[in-house]
Design a protein around this ligand. Sequence first.
Ligand SMILES: Nc1ncnc2c1ncn2[C@@H]1O[C@H](COP(=O)(O)OP(=O)(O)OP(=O)(O)O)[C@@H](O)[C@H]1O
Ligand SMILES: [Mg+2]
Length: 579
Amino acid sequence: MSSLSSGLWTGRVRRVNGPVVDVVGLEGVAMFDVVAIGASGLAGEIVGINEDVATAQVYEYDGGVAPGDPVESRGEALSITLGPGLLGGVFDGVLRPLEPDTVWLTPGRNGDSAAGMTWRFSPSATIGAQLTSGALLGRVTEGEHFEHRILVPPDVAGILEWLAPAGDATSSQAIARIGGVDVALSHRWPVRRPRPARSRDGEVRLLRTGQRVLDLLYPIIRGSSASVPGGFGTGKTLLQQQIAKWCDAEVIIYVGCGERGNEMIDVLEDLARLRDPRTGGALRERTVCIANTSNMPVMAREASIYTGVSVAEYFRDMGYDVVVIADSTSRWAEALREFASRTNQLPAEEGYPATLGSALAAFYERAGSFTTLGGSHGSVTVIGAVSPPGGDLTEPVTAQTRRFVRCVWSLDRDLAYARHYPAVSWNESFSRDAERVGVIRAQNGDTGWAERRSFALALLAESERLESLVELVGAAALPDRQRITLRSAKLLREAVLQQDATSSEDAYCGEEKQAALLEMVLAIHQRLLKLVDAGVAADRLEQLGLARVSSARESGGPEDVAAVTAVRDAVLALLGSIT
Ligand SMILES: Nc1ncnc2c1ncn2[C@@H]1O[C@H](COP(=O)(O)OP(=O)(O)OP(=O)(O)O)[C@@H](O)[C@H]1O
Ligand SMILES: [Mg+2]
């Protein structure tokens, strides 16, 4: 965007309708070309061409733009600058830097984040070598720890004619010449075009979120995709923030679309404060935030998710595992709807354009685990929140999204009201990755993972069925075994599935502790069943205080298996003494 002022073509504004501007006189302009509108050069994108009138959607507040204002195009699709300087930064939907404290953008301000900054480049390729796209040219260290690999950009290949020696370079300065083409630390990329990779590699590797309900019941693998649908205030943002903070990906791209600006600032502050358990650096050093909060122009939201996934692919190409989080895709879809209505498109369901499904697919289908052009392995995992109005899971954005994702982590209003957090529903959620995760877990030595998962899901389903009976006949009318089922399901919910994001002991849970907690509930359940089978009254067992089982998750640190084992052994000993 930085050189929009050097336009190839100049036209004039003919009509302004909110964020949609009709332009005349841009003869050579093509669909999706970027334009600069008015004296301050507001960024827009051509989304329709009808004979001599081109229609642009404007990515910023366009109050003051009037018919007759100049419009320039340089014949480039909406593109971003990818290079060092993105990590730890906050950007708008078209990757222009924002002030982190206010998440605010000066209208018309262009340019890439790293302009003016210098980086210490360490070369690692041989002059004279034949290089393909994706080959390693050298490295730059970002923050204290992050190895930013500088690769031959897509679309460039040939003999390495010149490579800069070790030393400082700015982002746009040439550091290599390949087949006659100068290559800098950064390069431009059109956001709507998936970055090329050699192939999808079909690798199955776990993505550990540290959230028990996800890792134990609805797990996800690297390169997969998930949707988090949930009504107002059910905990979508908090769950996604937990994943951003604790999952074991190497890079996080956090896209806030139309959400509250102060939430975005909270995330940034948290990430700056929290330490990365693997590197010891601040978590923020491996995070890129793209913010289109509710106080920003609606149309930039439309681009933001493609921008986010392009940045993710850029790090994937270096061989990293990246997670893209989008909160919320419903606010993003509102931008599509607004645009459809302003351009008089024939609306499909509920005013959304007929292209809603393909626009969602263009986002989620960029997830995957890949062999990169350079021959390493990297992945992009995409997780998008959906906020269905009134919690209606059949509305178009929620329903369409389900078609494209492998996991649905559906948040339940009743669970949230009951302060059961995270409110992930066991009726509406699913993971198409679960079976493959079971195989991987078994290969890694945890042969009981799939069985424990089945046990937990069966216990939840059975207790749900019994609870509707209890409403009719009362708990006392149930047979003793069924009363134990209800008791154990309650333990399962309280001791394992609930997880307090605000507790330093519980916000994150290591996988061995996860397994130990679930295994404890399973062992207690079996012991309780044995006791009723031996004639002990369920009444008596229900009166046993098992509060320490429910609080085991918060005793000791996130990895403290011994604390859980101690509780388990003590409770089993207590049950063993009952005759
Ligand atoms: N895991 C959790 N631990 C503790 N509290 C939680 C947890 N999840 C959600 N909450 C509570 O629920 C509140 C609402 O959560 P959040 O803002 O994430 O909801 P949301 O679905 O994003 O809401 P909106 O629809 O407004 O975007 C939080 O402020 C917090 O009090
Ligand atoms: Mg939210």
